[in-house]
Design a protein. Structure first.
Length: 355
């Protein structure tokens, strides 16, 4: 069993902790928090061992009735891999601590690529993690684009991909984020950083990106235009993408017209926190004109990197093949949406809601 710790128990950390705890070949040894807030209380209620990330603040945890099991150093002494889910930039500061404890580490996409030996997505860069002491799971947007572009490039070839990202202003709990009543280029300079980030896990594919920030919290939206090397039909593209477990083609008859309806759909299915681990592509948006492919997809920024973190752990700590790891992760979490409203897909008589 792979012994895993999570440092940082916020938006991503709590989801990664739950995902690790659900795996048949992993043990969650504990989570580390800097502050004894409501998320720390939630970890204790889930019966996760709670550690103080800052040894000078253990008294604060004890004072509110959340006595820690130890400090971050104690947690690191008991794990094979630690997943750093701290705020962007903090992970880089933690690298020396992990090295001192001789612990392999998975960083998040908010860190610069230089923080780790390699960048990672399971679909495109699984083997890069094999001999690495540190890997970085790329950002939610980069993960979503790599998942989409990899099968397209493999089957039809990609001359150039042009993507406009409409980014959420902040996560639902980030009350200090904006904009409030505006849509702003973010960044103003072109291209945005997302294309180069995708190339850290999908080299050789020309990706040109621009990004805007909008006053929404639910999800990111991507407007995608890919000039292909061949001329498939739209149906051929749809069939290709439908075969990818971490892509969900929204059927035209589903009545899902945006991020709000997607989140409602996830909650109705019983998804924890209404999470969507899959890219969500509108099937009717898939259009091919000559060699140009067009489509819209949504990416749930709080959730899509979660299965990637699990696969990164397995890639670093075992010799499990990529396809086997992804299948194990997907089965344990319930990744892979299928709709009865998709007339091209044969489904079983019943669908069990995910726990």
């Amino acid at each position: 069993m792979i012994q895993v710790g999570v440092n940082g128990y916020g938006t991503i950390g709590k989801r990664v902790a739950d995902a690790v705890a659900a795996q048949p070949d992993m043990v969650l040894r504990g989570v580390a928090k800097r502050s004894p807030n409501h998320e720390a209380e939630s970890a204790v209620k889930r019966e996760y061992d709670l550690y103080a990330a800052d040894p000078d603040r253990t008294d604060e945890f004890e004072a509110v009735g959340l006595p820690p099991a130890g400090t971050l150093s104690d947690l690191l002494a008991d794990v094979d891999v630690v997943v750093d889910c701290c705020p962007a930039g903090v992970g880089a500061q933690n690298r020396d601590i992990y090295d001192a404890h001789d612990v392999r580490v998975v960083f998040q996409g908010g860190e610069d690529a230089t923080v780790a030996d390699a960048s990672f997505t399971a679909r495109t860069a699984f083997e890069t993690a094999r001999d690495a002491d540190a890997v970085r799971v790329v950002s939610c947007n980069s993960t979503g684009l790599a998942r989409l572009l990899a099968p397209v490039a493999e089957s039809f070839g990609v001359e150039t991909a042009r993507v406009t990202l409409i980014r959420r202003g902040g996560d639902p709990a980030q009350t200090d984020r904006g904009p409030i009543n505006d849509i702003v280029p973010d960044p103003v300079g072109l291209p945005s950083h997302h294309g180069p980030d995708v190339n850290t896990v999908l080299p050789g594919v020309d990706v040109d990106t621009a990004a805007l920030k909008a006053p929404v919290t639910a999800m990111h939206t991507h407007s995608v235009n890919v000039t292909l090397e061949t001329t498939p039909t739209a149906d051929e593209v749809r069939r290709l993408l439908a075969d990818e477990s971490r892509l969900f083609l929204i059927p035209e008859g589903a009545g899902i017209d945006g991020a709000g309806a997607l989140k409602e759909y996830a909650m109705d299915l019983g998804r924890p926190r209404g999470d969507l681990w899959e890219n969500c592509l509108w099937g009717e948006s898939v259009h091919v004109s000559g060699r140009d492919l067009y489509l819209f997809q949504n990416v749930h920024q709080e959730a899509d990197v979660v299965p990637e973190n699990v696969d990164a752990i397995r890639a670093m700590a075992t010799d499990t093949a990529a396809a086997e790891s992804m299948a194990t992760t997907d089965q344990a979490l319930g990744v892979g949406l299928e709709s009865r409203l998709d007339t091209d897909t044969e489904l079983p008589d019943s669908i069990t809601a995910d726990d």
